[in-house]
Design a protein around this ligand. Sequence first.
Ligand SMILES: [Zn+2]
Ligand SMILES: [Zn+2]
Length: 190
Amino acid sequence: METTNIPDDLTPVIDFHGHLCPGLLIGYRAAKAAQGRLAGPRAEDEELVCVVENDSCSVDAVQFMTGCTFGKGNLIWRDHGKQVFTWLRRPDGAGVRLAYIGDLNRERLPDPAADRAARVERLLTAPDQELFEIGEPQTGLPAEARIHKTLACDRCGEGVMETRTIKDQGQTYCLPCASTLGLKVEPKIC
Ligand SMILES: [Zn+2]
Ligand SMILES: [Zn+2]
């Protein structure tokens, strides 16, 4: 895809994600806006937490740039299908919420390719306030990630975190096995 000027700090984000797309740029701009406001470095551990309300391309930029990652437990996914990102800092609870508004009231362009190029250009150059509604967090700090005991599932024998097991008639099952056996598996609440 033809693009204008790619900022230096965007190149490794594109490498990480695999391609340049409007979604990635939404996360890139959100991360930069949050970093500017929280004056925070990239999170090495859990000092910075990000709550994302979607699981699309944008979240890869969030993870790469702010160090809030799925594996470290300081990336919380809420399945709301919204391009909304909230960063919270652990020591003082300071935070910022960014809701993407860049596509609202956008005039449709006739050519999808031109539309995409125009979106990319706009996402690279528009000021933060045109892309995001920026406000206070509407969510508190989640509990710090804890290490849970691992149990063996009585059906498949695989190890499973205790908090994700289903007990039935003295047996302990992992969620896939519990589901296979027809046991009630509560949906994960977020
Ligand atoms: Zn993408
Ligand atoms: Zn199992």
